[in-house]
Design a protein around this ligand. Structure first.
Ligand SMILES: O=C(CO)[C@@H](O)[C@H](O)COP(=O)(O)O
Length: 219
């Protein structure tokens, strides 16, 4: 599997968003993780279409858009039009997941399902073959800067094993509390797409991206 860093712009300086993204990209980040929060599924509100459209004009990165929202179905086409390349929905709030995943693909995006830390991998049993990526939350979604939940390491390992047993090579993305000092643990467990917010945008962005990419073998 190819490793990629996906810096989460939730931790960027929103007053200087274009500049922070430019720094991350120039340092080599090929993905950008964009968190959309609705104030229902998660307690926070973050950003929406105007911001995604604005940064799409300035960035060539793969837009890895993570919807932390109830009922995403009516908005799928609009996220494609705004510039999303990968669209992630949560299994916990998508009762018609096959239909939702089909709609994401019909709109030209890669499809990803996210699971909260306490959601069983069994939620993927009958959908895994249809996915381009699975996002395992390693904190409870809603806020940046939280601590990695240790029990998620076994879950990553179990998911990679589940994929291997089915002969599938699907990206496993991890999100929440990933730092330079624990990224190797999640890579060893089987994750290959690494979301990092505060560990990239807190401090020297170029250096942080370079340091992550060295560990990921991207640099
Ligand atoms: O989705 C989320 C939070 O809900 C994440 O994408 C965070 O933005 C990651 O931030 P850090 O834990 O890396 O600071």
């Amino acid at each position: 599997m190819i490793n990629k860093l996906s810096p989460s712009i939730l931790a960027a300086d929103f007053a200087a968003l274009g500049e922070d993204i430019r720094k991350a990209e120039e340092a080599g980040a090929e993905y950008l993780h964009i968190d959309v929060m609705d104030g229902h599924f998660v307690p926070s509100l973050s950003l929406g279409f105007p911001v995604i459209e604005a940064i799409r004009k300035k960035s060539v990165a793969v837009f890895d858009v993570h919807l932390m929202m109830d009922n995403p179905d009516p908005y799928i086409k609009a996220f494609a039009e705004a510039g999303a390349d990968i669209l992630t929905v949560h299994a916990e709030v998508c009762p018609h997941l096959n239909r939702t995943i089909a709609a994401i693909k019909e709109n030209g995006m890669k499809a990803c399902v996210a699971l909260n830390p306490s959601t069983s991998l069994s939620a993927l049993d009958y959908i895994l073959e249809d996915l381009d990526m699975v996002l395992l939350m390693t904190v409870n979604p809603g806020f940046g800067g939280q601590k990695y939940i240790e029990s998620c390491t076994a879950k990553i390992r179990d998911l990679r094993k589940m994929m291997e047993e089915r002969g599938l090579e699907i990206d496993i993305e991890v999100d929440g509390g990933i730092k330079l000092n624990n990224v190797q643990t999640v890579l060893d467990a089987g994750a290959n797409i690494i979301v990092a917010g505060s560990a990239v945008f807190g401090g020297d962005i170029e250096k942080n991206v370079t340091d992550f990419m060295k560990i990921l073998g991207e640099a």
